[in-house]
Ligand binder design. Sequence first.
Ligand SMILES: *Cc1c(COP(=O)(O)O)cnc(C)c1O
Length: 426
Amino acid sequence: MLNTLALYGGDRVIDQKFKKYNSIGAEEIQAATEVLESGNLSQFLGCWDPDFYGGERVQKFERASEEFFKVKHAITVNSWTSGLIAALGAIGIEPGDEVIVSPWTMSASATAILHWNAIPVFADIESETYGLDPISILKNISPQTKAILAVDIFGHSARMDEIMDIAQIHKLKVISDTAQSPGATYKGKYAGTIADIGGFSLNYHKHIHTGEGGILVTNNDELAEKMRLIRNHAEAVVEDKGVADLVNMVGFNFRMGEIEAAIGIEQLKKLNGFIKSRQEAAHLLMTMLQDLPGLKIPTVSEDCTHAFYAFPMQIDQSITGVTRDQIHAALIAEGVRISNRYQNIHLLPVFQKKIAFGSKGFPWNSEFTKRDICYEKGICPVAEDLQDKSFIAIGMCFTEMTFEEVTLIGKSFQKVWSKLHLLKKT
Ligand SMILES: *Cc1c(COP(=O)(O)O)cnc(C)c1O
């Protein structure tokens, strides 16, 4: 029965459980234990004091991150969602300002904008890098636009040169959500370090993690200090620190603990190795899938390296003769862990109903907000088409992706492709 599709009762290609991806080892256990034994689980003080900048491990992790990413400032936070909020506050967002953002991302990229009572405007993506399409950015710029929030999704950078050029011409700030792309490079620079502010998520399903956590990176001294203030109760500190610019200085507690920082220090040392193993797995998979008609494998731009947080693909139904969802179902039946969607953030209820803070439509319904922003289906045709028809992806940080695992995934694809004519009949 090996030749019959598992969808129709044949044997599955993958009959074993793959080994869970686990980046945590003896070094992290040792580092965390040392913190526990010290009794100092956090050393932040929310007042103007040397400990305003955090404890020994927090500061050590930040210096190590600066060295790793070759950037002037690294600022740890308790999640990357917090990091995005701090970044937007630091660039001086005003209520009613518009920020152009990708719809093809995790929801926090867009909702971080709402937290400052500013308005997310969704530009479309392009289907090669899955990053913001520079032409669509231009179409969405208005007199209210303050910033561009670009996302380096799946481990590959957006077209940063074009995005930075647009920002310069229109006097906009750029924030890079590089949560999924730590260690990826664009023209020799690390993802996240090209924009005014970038950064990484350290949640438990990213390449490296600390349970929860995030790292902000910037080369700008002023933005760095503002983010450190927002991270740690700015309003209580500004007077003693002598801060004159009070814009967005109502702070938060976004502080990272010493245990997380101690784990982060060890994780960072392993990042290059984790990326290398994802890249090797991805290249093997590319070799096995590259000749399957109607299947588009990931593009790696000439001037980029891909961190392969995910392995994104597209199915062209006009070539396969069957739908993406039929192929997806057949692959699932063979035992492949694979997804047939990602995100169309503009279609979430918060944007469709325009209800964020309170019940009266704030911040869209406010005197600060100058124009009506459309979130209807149709505003991002590329992202919508990917979601509805063609996109399919394998997460690269769920399982170890050993040579054997990847070979089985490749064989599952080859089997399904050899039987596409059978799917056609259904
Ligand atoms: C994971 C992720 C986030 C959120 O990071 P957290 O650390 O979970 O808050 C934001 N944007 C993208 C693209 C992500 O993948």
